[in-house]
Design a protein around this ligand. Structure first.
Ligand SMILES: CC(C)(COP(=O)(O)OP(=O)(O)OC[C@H]1O[C@@H](n2cnc3c(N)ncnc32)[C@H](O)[C@@H]1OP(=O)(O)O)[C@@H](O)C(=O)NCCC(=O)NCCS
Length: 332
């Protein structure tokens, strides 16, 4: 190592710390994820200071000999019962300071924290065929899931096809939607539908399960609102009152790219085209009420053929691939 690196675990992240973090992440993403907009300094400050839903975050900043930031690591420790074994890593080293051992140093601190916290699975998402992938292979992670990321450019839509899919008849079902927190009358049915996401394909990731209830769905909406982002949901409700499926979009504050969150159809209601219906109706809703949004990003496991087929039908096109890696840690 030709540079003296100092690691600082951060507890109270100031706006200046967040700005330093932003510089490293923006430089790293510009190198490895060209075309993917990095989060802004305010978004990073909100992410690092507001606890994510049912989890805690530990952070480390690596500074070089001049005291300037060269690397960052964030560790999300899940606290819900089905995920208390799991931790998720975010690790970036400034491209000008790579191959000097900084990534390995940050990872050592992260692994020590995982051990201290009794975590047996550490997961991380990296760009396919990138330095992150080589680093993970070198540091004994195993590849657990391949993801395809797709974009839908709203100005290149096949409007007629989207309209037809959004207005197709689905006897026995009606569409409903809300912004932010689910309305009280639908909260229990929505939580039940959210549990359908537990069978989403996750490859060999030891991802655990999440038990949703009405309080938890409200808490998730609260976390997104606290970040300053907007959560839009559309749901298909069956005549018997059950929620058959739903789709969620998040509009990050001030950003033109919407992020797809869950789309799920409950097993008993699959095979009726509800996924395409929901997603087409969401595209129309964005067009009608959120004209600042120019594109939607989604990611799917490469073997999630049904969801990929729905997305391709709507006009989503693949634009990058990522890999989820997992490090299995022996628990004492
Ligand atoms: C992955 C990343 C964090 C590595 O940071 P780093 O400070 O360069 O890592 P290190 O210097 O500790 O590298 C350790 C070993 O990983 C391997 N490695 C790292 N980058 C590599 C690359 N570009 N090509 C091949 N091997 C690589 C090497 O074996 C290296 O040892 P060596 O330099 O002695 O050959 C950095 O490239 C990065 O920020 N990438 C983008 C973000 C990302 O993918 N994060 C997730 C990482 S889990």
């Amino acid at each position: 190592m030709s540079e003296h690196i100092r690691l600082t675990p951060s507890h109270n992240i100031s706006a200046a710390d967040a700005a330093a973090w932003h510089r490293v992440v923006a430089a790293s993403m510009a190198r490895d994820l060209p075309g993917v907009p990095p989060p802004g300094p305010e978004q990073i400050h909100a992410q690092l200071t507001k606890p994510p839903l049912n989890s805690r975050r530990l952070t480390w900043l690596a500074t070089g000999s001049q005291g300037s930031p060269v690397g960052v690591a964030g560790l999300r420790l899940f606290t819900s019962p089905g995920r208390s074994h799991l931790a998720e890593l975010e690790l970036h080293v400034d491209p000008a300071h790579r191959r000097l051992g900084t990534g390995s140093l940050l990872l050592s601190a992260v692994v020590a924290a995982c051990r201290a916290e009794g975590r047996r699975s550490l997961i991380v998402e990296v760009a396919a065929d990138s330095p992150g992938e080589a680093f993970c292979e070198k540091r004994n992670f195993r590849q657990a899931l391949a993801l395809d990321h797709l974009l839908l450019h709203l100005d290149q839509l096949d409007e007629a096809a989207v309209l037809q899919a959004a207005e197709a008849e689905h006897p026995g079902y009606r569409l409903t939607g809300w912004t932010g927190t689910v309305t009280d009358d639908l909260a229990v049915a929505f939580a039940a539908a959210k549990n359908a996401m537990n069978d989403m394909p996750v490859g060999d990731l030891d991802y655990g399960t999440v038990a949703w209830d009405a309080d938890r769905v409200r808490a998730m909406a609260g976390v997104i609102a606290d970040r300053g982002d907007t959560l839009l949901t559309l749901a298909a409700v069956h005549d018997d009152g059950a929620m058959a499926g739903y789709t969620e979009i998040v509009l990050p504050q001030g950003a033109p790219r919407a992020q797809q969150y869950d789309t799920a159809v409950v097993p008993a209601h699959r095979g009726h085209g509800l996924g395409l219906w929901l997603k087409a109706a969401m595209v129309r809703r964005l067009r009608a009420a959120h004209s600042g949004v120019v594109e939607i990003e989604t990611d799917n496991a490469e073997d999630n053929v049904h969801m990929l087929a729905v997305n391709h039908q709507l006009g989503f096109r693949s634009y990058r691939r990522t890999r989820e890696f997992q490090l299995d840690l022996p628990v004492a």
